[in-house]
Design a protein around this ligand. Structure first.
Ligand SMILES: [Zn+2]
Length: 149
C-alpha cells in the first residue's frame, strides 16, 4: 500500500477492522518513511472469511499477523523462512477454498498448530502455549499427552 503523502511503498498497519458491509476493511496505516498516518478502505480479498475472536469481535484475516506468530514460534529453530511463508500461504488458500464467511480464531489457531507440528515439535509447543492459553505445568502436560502420548 503506497503512502498517500510521500508515495513510499512500505507502511505499517496500526489497526484493522471490517467495514459495515463486511466486504471492505478499514485500515489505519502509518508510513515507515515519513511517519504520517492515513486510513484506507480496502476490499477484502475474495472469499477470505472474517475471523471471530474469542470475545466475539470480528477481524479481517491477517496473513502478516499469522506469519509473524509462526516466525516467533520458530525462533532459533532450523526452519527456513521461505518454508514458513509457504506454510501460511497454504493455510490461507485452505480457508479461502472453504468459502466460509466467518471462522473462529480457535479453528484458525488449530490449523496453524497442526502445520507447525509437522514442521518441528518445539514450534508446535511454543505456539500452543500462547494459542491455547496454557497457564501452568498441568495444562502443558495435558497438551503434550494429547499430542505425543
Ligand atoms: Zn510517507
Amino acid at each position: 500500500m503506497r503512502c498517500q503523502f510521500c508515495g513510499n511503498l512500505k507502511t505499517r498497519v496500526l489497526d484493522s477492522r471490517p467495514g459495515k458491509d463486511n466486504n471492505h476493511i478499514r485500515r489505519r496505516r502509518q508510513c515507515v518513511e515519513c511517519d504520517r498516518r492515513f486510513t484506507t478502505f480496502e476490499r477484502l480479498e475474495e472469499n477470505l472469511p472474517l475471523v471471530v475472536k474469542r470475545d466475539g469481535r470480528l477481524e479481517a484475516f491477517d496473513r502478516d499477523k499469522m506469519l509473524a506468530s509462526v516466525k516467533q514460534s520458530c525462533t532459533k529453530l532450523p526452519v527456513a523462512e521461505g518454508h514458513l511463508n509457504r506454510m501460511v500461504g497454504l493455510i490461507e488458500s485452505r480457508i479461502q477454498e472453504s468459502r466460509r464467511r466467518k471462522l473462529r480464531s480457535q479453528v484458525l489457531g488449530d490449523l496453524v498448530a497442526a502445520a507447525l507440528l509437522e514442521l518441528h515439535p518445539a514450534a508446535y509447543i511454543r505456539y500452543s502455549i500462547v494459542h491455547r492459553q496454557i497457564q501452568d505445568l498441568q495444562d502443558l502436560q495435558k497438551l503434550l499427552e494429547e499430542e505425543f502420548g
